[in-house]
Design a protein around this ligand. Sequence first.
Ligand SMILES: Cc1ncc(COP(=O)(O)O)c(C=O)c1O
Length: 355
Amino acid sequence: MGIAPTCWVSLSLPAFAGNIAHAKSTLAGKARLMVAVKSDAYGHGEKEIAETALRAGADSLAVLDIDSGVRLRPHAGDAMLLAWLLSPSDDFAAAARSRVDLGISGLWQLKKLAREVPEGCVSVHLKIDTGLHRNGALPGDWEALCTEALRLERAGILRVTALWSHLSDTSLKENELSLARFHEAVDQARTIGLTPELLHIAASAAATDLPESRLDLVRVGISAYGVSPFDDRSAHDMGFAPIMSAHAVVTSVDAERSEAHIGIGYAHGLLPLPPETGWVVHGTQRLELRSVEADHCVLALPSNYPLDLGDHVTLWGEPDTGSPSAEQWASWSGTIGDEVVSAMAHSIEHRFIRQ
Ligand SMILES: Cc1ncc(COP(=O)(O)O)c(C=O)c1O
């Protein structure tokens, strides 16, 4: 028998399936639903999450890099798998073999594709920058990108399946402006001769607040994991349940100093907090946090509080027990909820709840 771990994360696949169904009806509507499983599904475990997403009704998946797409193909059936973070050292032929769609934003990527997969017919999504200034063709380069893509399409090397962009989500007004710029870029591409089947631009926030941005497909990430993309609305307010929760056991109790240690710290991926910030939950009892250290946290105990070695404590992600949410932990830590879940170390045990 192995040594029992001092900390772990729980991941509820039924709750995730429920979130996918909810995203389909409330964020996608008539559009297709692409679920982002980037960065090991935000730390949740890409294989289990990809399979659950597709079983629960997602149409397609998004990853960052080709390697992740190749790894996930055996778990994704025939579903579209889009990779958008391409580097000059990537193996485009491997992407073609695993039918990974490529998010293309530069001429160098088209040249590399023609060189490495000349007989290919790879499916590509051409990306225009509409104001975010992150990984999209600049408007001045768009015509040349579309023209070269059309030439390669006619040569049988690729198929331009989609035109797309990503929004800054800094304000509704900014997103509306970017959407207008996107439509101009689409008109330009069609005039050049491209005939894409899909247009996509919205992620969680715009799909919620700007329904006309849903177009043919929405790419939903963090809200499907039960974490809000907004400052002013929780995932709970949006109808999404948390998937991941963080847990630890009591590893020492010092009654004289009215404090206890639990076996989780920032070396396990727990985001550190300023001293004397936040709380955790034992049963449904709140216990204040004194500090987050490398391999443990220090808890303050009320006098005569009955806490034993090996007792279970929930750090975040189980609001039903009164524990903080990932978003609450993020606000204490001065960051966003995405980081709280994604930062949890691969090396700690991931306990999947399967039904
Ligand atoms: C290009 C792109 N699309 C979609 C998403 C998903 O965004 P969200 O988590 O806000 O739904 C991301 C996340 O970073 C992204 O980079």
